[in-house]
Design a protein around this ligand. Sequence first.
Ligand SMILES: *Cc1c(COP(=O)(O)O)cnc(C)c1O
Length: 485
Amino acid sequence: MRNIKEETLDPEDWEEARALAHVVVDEAVDHLKQVRERPAWRPMPDDVRAQLRTGLPEAPSSLEQVYGDYRDLVRAYPMGNIHPRFWGWYMGASNFTGALGDFLAAVEGSNLGGGNTGAAQVEQQVVDWLKEIAGFPESASGTLTSGGSMANLVAHTVIRNLAAGFDVRKEGIAALEKPLRFYASDQVHSCHQKAFETLGLGAKTLVEVPSDDRQRIRLDALEFAISEDRAKGFQPACVIGTAGTTNTGAIDDLTALSDLCEREQLWFHVDGCIGGVLRLAPDHAHLVSGIERAGSVAIDPHKWLHAPFEAGAVLIKDRSAHFSTFEMHGDYLQLQERGMLAGEFLADYGLELSRGFRALKIWMSLKEQGAAKFGRLISQDIAFARYMARQIEAHPMLELVAPVDLNIVCFRHVAADEDAAKALNTEIMLRLQERGLAVPSDTTVQGKHGLRCAFNNHRTRHEDIDGFLRDVALVGEEITAERAR
Ligand SMILES: *Cc1c(COP(=O)(O)O)cnc(C)c1O
């Protein structure tokens, strides 16, 4: 009985779809080309928000209509991280070639869980390039993840399983004789705590060691914590070094940490979500020397390689420990010597089975631009941070609140006292964001609140920094005058 009407999601009229796709691409190019002319951010009006809230669409709409809704209601209110004056938190600025990569990956549709495909080859190639960048040997394993949080979680799972010394996958953590301990500075990214919570080890597994006046882990305090913990019956398992902290861009002494881990027989993991690609910049590579000695490293290509979200990566020197932590094949997924399921099965190196073709956007932009270009962009961001720091030091109304070691500047408009400074600088930040002038974020460093600019933006120019500092001073003056009234 062939009486059902056959249907498909393919367009009824391919030529019409092609024409619309050309419009989409043309407008996407204009959107990027004109980014500088738009506000860095703008709030979404309530009526737009209301238009976006509808019930499940039962009836069809034309693609043209759907695209128009996206363009007018969604794209008109973006985060703004592709804007040259966006320096808040820690984003990347994306890039057009990477966006084409995501489009092409979606059109191709391959599932990177595994399989004998060109896409899987490209992912392994990108992982190999990241090994080269981080100074890891070819024999290391690695995988692309959604981001740095997942990359660190994958590494901690492998490290936990190795440290346990028994089959944790089977017995579970209840069989651990001694509680495991992982050490990092008090500047460590919050995703590590989340990882230990998720792994069932508990937040207490992460020991936050005090940092010095440049926000780097204090080695004496670390050694002390390890020996105290051993005496108390805990099992020290790993030291996490941070290559570029999110708060201020501080880089732990990775060589000293690596030496310490060798002495103490501990795993050395580096959170290189920011600085894991610093070796691309020959003038700054020395800042992360020692990273190549780590047992594992997390890298975030959606940060300093500007891959469109999402793209993280983890590299692990003990390939067999990595594989035995995640390898799993149901009856419906048995590997073969030949055919579609021959070769490495990529899902054996992480938590996700179905995986997108994230590698393509990285592969395309690295090939197009060349690795050296990314190195120069890293140096350019660091130069911007230093330039801004000099302007601030020379400015009567502005002051730094943390030393600038990398690409992050923490500073503030001066005020009568700490409370007044926090209120004033928060208000400056909000007005700059609301007026679309720029997007800085804020933070507190050693008790001092201030604004924070993370330079990880290939569209920024010196004029943006000059204009921004003028705006900070003007808005600061305006608020001070309002409050004096
Ligand atoms: C951004 C960041 C993370 C988390 O990475 P996501 O990609 O946001 O999940 C972890 N560690 C450091 C140092 C980071 O800067």
